[in-house]
Design a protein around this ligand. Structure first.
Ligand code: 26Q
Length: 754
């Protein structure tokens, strides 16, 4: 289809201008309108069963390019814009990024929606319309500050539906207003929807920072994503958010069944509900309650619910497994209490083992336990993670429900994470293996035929180099940073968490700094880039950001060091930054403490863009290592079995490692006069003390192996053609991590959408 006439009509009507006279903002809004019109004409996929993917987070990223790609109009739009003196990249700069997610779990939900639609499957997302999303990070005085991130303008991707539901909170009924975002499927002519519920009268953005009245539920329920839950009001608000989402979502499911003329006694034949971690778990008692209201018996209702719901676990960190005091739930939704007690009574009648209880002796409700008893599928997100769930974390459950447990290794949409963010690499792949990989990612394997092809390998290096130049330009424009684009770009981009061990990477930086000061230079310049947000109340994470920023300042100011080493903290790391960082990366940091990272998905994105991984045998790194082979990945560190053993027997003592001659000077540098002159005394000291005395995530256990392995990678990088070959093998093997594969497996083993 030729979009030029319609775009012209739109700009004439809106601005009385020809497209070539419009600025980028006007062109963006014209394209937004056109894309929305085209999505509206797409029908929903058909199937006997429909999926509802419930998630508190959908980290969608900007949608213009992605939607144009799905509509098959990307190249045409870019060519037209260039003719009019702009480009798709310029115009997309005008789009605010919806930040409705924290990190991996939310981005996974977004990749899944993309793949569900591309496979022509009938499946919608259900979530919340946070107005200020996840906070915007500002780096000031070597610290993180948080600001609201408003993303909903006069016009946005949100489509008003006119549909409302009433959510019966303990304090009274509250209206839930439904907004939709269209999800057009690539290579099909269908579109699904992301349903986002909102309050009727949302509160304006806070004046400064992200503080707001957490008791003003009626206006603030959808203000922020996971508002700080360090205090009681914050935790309670979280429960209000969760119940609001699932109650309105359950009503939406029943309304759609009614419209199709289906008896709710047949619900589970027509509905699959995927529960994305425990945040939407209250869908189980709420849907049960609504079915009872419709005249089903408790036996009938529970049969339908337990054969519709499936649960995904994303974490093995004990502190992230949600449990709520019954008193909280009673305050938010008193009508759920009798249902929850009945769910618990029935589970206890069959399984008296207290480890399997939904409600424990302190009247606390364990959401994951409820999910496992009343779902027909329980899945982990990478092979190792599912094994750990089966053998350790959820063993008592796996013993009684062996058939419910299954693995679905995560995936990423290669449309956003390769085609859109790295178009030159996508073109080179087309030239080598044809375009078939875009619908059948296993065809990327065909690249293996080019592992010895000097011309292809040098093209690969050229493309990487262009992407590095583009990244450096963006960093210069946005943060005023000057980086050597010829240096080795070593990137760790992910949420800041102690288990992900950004602090261990910082120790490597310190080591290099000290070596360079001592006259021992690396084989070539290295730039260590971090992108990370810390939860506002996570004090230790903020201290690690502080350390990194202090190192950045110190090195930037030292002419003896900065020709060889740079540290960069990207401000406000988000999906858009990921799209610039990942294509430019040489060495991908995936260095979590083994057993702690359920899967990771950034690891897959870097790999598909020809970065080589340095990583522990954790999460999906294990599967990456298996696929690419030991020559094409740098693995190091203690095994998950060893780590699990250390925790079980209290066998790790940081100070024993701290005393080693290779480690002590690195840790002590945190409180060196040089760093104390730049940073905050109390924060650096607290970090130093924690690292040598506690170090809960065992950075000192692995740091020597890490440094030696990374030094080997840095050395190997000097052999450009051998490095290019490693990059090629990584790209060739990344097809397995397409979320199209993951979703096909969910459908085949769990959803059966037909
Ligand atoms: C829980 C209780 C109270 C407040 C907040 C939370 C909370 C919020 C967000 C708990 C967990 C999350 C997010 C978890 C997450 O992103 N997990 C990641 O999921 C990815 C997709 O499966 C995996 O690849 C990552 O390994 C995993 O860390």
């Amino acid at each position: 289809m030729d979009i030029q006439p319609r775009l012209q009509a739109i700009t004439r009507e809106r601005y009385q201008l020809e497209p070539s006279q419009c600025d980028d903002g006007q062109l963006y809004h014209a394209l937004l309108q056109l894309t929305q019109e085209l999505c509206r004409h797409r029908a929903a996929p058909q199937g006997k069963r429909k999926l509802y993917y419930f998630s508190a987070e959908f980290l969608m990223g900007k949608l213009l390019s992605n939607n144009l790609l799905a509509l098959g109009l990307y190249d045409q739009a870019d060519a037209l814009l260039k003719q009019w003196g702009s480009s798709l990249a310029n115009v997309e700069e005008m789009e605010p990024e919806p930040s409705l997610g924290n990190g991996g779990l939310g981005r996974l939900a977004a990749c899944f929606l993309d793949s569900i639609a591309a496979l022509g499957l009938s499946g919608d997302g259900v979530g919340l319309n946070y107005h200020y999303g996840l906070f915007r990070q500002v780096l000031k005085e070597n610290c993180q500050q948080e600001l609201p991130n408003p993303w909903i303008g006069e016009e946005s991707w949100l489509i008003p539906t006119g549909t409302t539901f009433t959510v019966p909170f303990g304090f009274g009924p509250m209206k839930a207003v439904l907004w939709d975002i269209a999800i057009p499927g690539a290579h099909t002519d269908v579109a699904n929807r992301l349903h986002l519920f909102d309050v009727e009268h949302p509160a304006p953005a806070p004046e400064s920072g992200i503080d707001f009245d957490k008791t003003d539920i009626a206006h603030c329920l959808t203000s922020f994503l996971y508002p700080d839950d360090s205090d009681e009001a914050g935790r309670l608000l979280r429960v209000y958010q969760q119940y609001f989402m699932v109650s309105a979502g359950a009503q939406l499911i029943l309304k759609e069944l009614d419209e199709k003329g289906i008896d709710p006694r047949q619900l589970c034949e027509h509905v699959a509900i995927q529960i994305n971690d425990t945040h939407p778990s209250m869908i189980i008692p709420e849907l049960t309650r609504l079915l009872l209201e419709r005249g089903l018996s408790m036996d009938e209702a529970l049969h339908q619910v337990a054969h519709a719901c499936a649960y995904t676990n994303h974490t093995i960190l004990a502190e992230a497994l949600e449990k709520w005091p019954m008193s909280f739930l009673r305050q938010v939704a008193p009508q759920l209490e009798p249902i929850l007690r009945e769910l618990d009574r029935r589970a206890k009648a069959v399984f008296p083992d207290p480890r399997l209880a939904i409600i424990d002796g302190h009247d606390t409700v364990h959401m994951a336990h409820m999910d496992i008893h009343y779902s027909y599928s329980v899945n982990g997100v990478a092979a190792l993670h599912t094994e750990i769930l089966r053998k350790a974390e959820l063993k008592p459950f796996a013993d009684v429900y062996p058939d419910k447990f299954n693995n679905k290794t995560n995936g990423i949409t290669l449309r956003r994470w390769l085609e859109a963010c790295n178009p030159r690499l996508a073109e080179l792949i087309d030239e080598c293996v044809g375009q078939g990989w875009r619908t059948d990612p296993s065809r990327l394997e065909g690249l293996m035929d080019y592992a010895g092809d000097g011309a292809v390998l040098s093209r690969l290096l050229e493309i990487k180099s262009e992407n590095k130049i583009a990244l450096c330009r963006a960093l210069r424009r946005r943060q005023g940073l000057r980086i050597d684009h010829d240096s080795l770009l070593d990137i760790q981009a992910k949420r800041l968490h102690e288990y992900k061990r950004q602090q261990m990477n910082a120790l490597y930086v310190i080591r290099k700094y000290l070596e360079i000061k001592a006259g021992h230079l690396p084989p070539h310049p290295i730039t260590v880039i971090f992108g990370a947000k810390a939860a506002p109340a996570y004090v230790m994470a903020k201290r690690i950001i502080h350390l990194i920023l202090c190192l950045q300042r110190l090195i930037d100011a030292d002419p003896q060091v900065n020709p060889w080493l740079h540290v960069v903290m990207v401000e406000n790391y988000n999906v858009s930054w990921a799209e610039r960082l990942i294509p430019a990366c040489d060495l991908s940091e995936q260095i979590s403490l083994a057993s702690k990272e359920a899967s990771g998905t950034g690891n897959m994105k870097f790999m598909a863009n020809g970065a080589v991984t340095i990583g522990t045998m954790d999460g999906a790194n294990v599967e990456i290592a298996h696929l690419v082979g030991q020559d094409n990945i740098y693995t190091f560190g203690a095994s998950s079995d060893h780590v699990i053993g250390l925790y079980a027997h209290g066998g790790y003592h940081a100070w024993q490692y701290y005393e080693r001659s290779g480690i002590k000077p690195l840790v002590d540098f945190i409180i060196s006069p040089q760093l104390l002159a730049i940073g905050n005394d109390a924060d650096l000291r607290a970090l130093w003390t924690d690292m040598k005395e506690k170090d809960w995530f065992m950075a000192l256990l692995d740091v020597e192996d890490y440094i030696a392995t990374k030094d080997r990678a840095v050395l190997d990088y000097g052999n450009r053609s051998a490095w290019a070959r490693k990059a090629l093998v990584n790209i060739a093997k990344s097809g397995f991590f397409s979320s199209d594969r993951t979703i096909a497996q969910y459908n085949q083993d769990i959803w059966h959408l037909g």
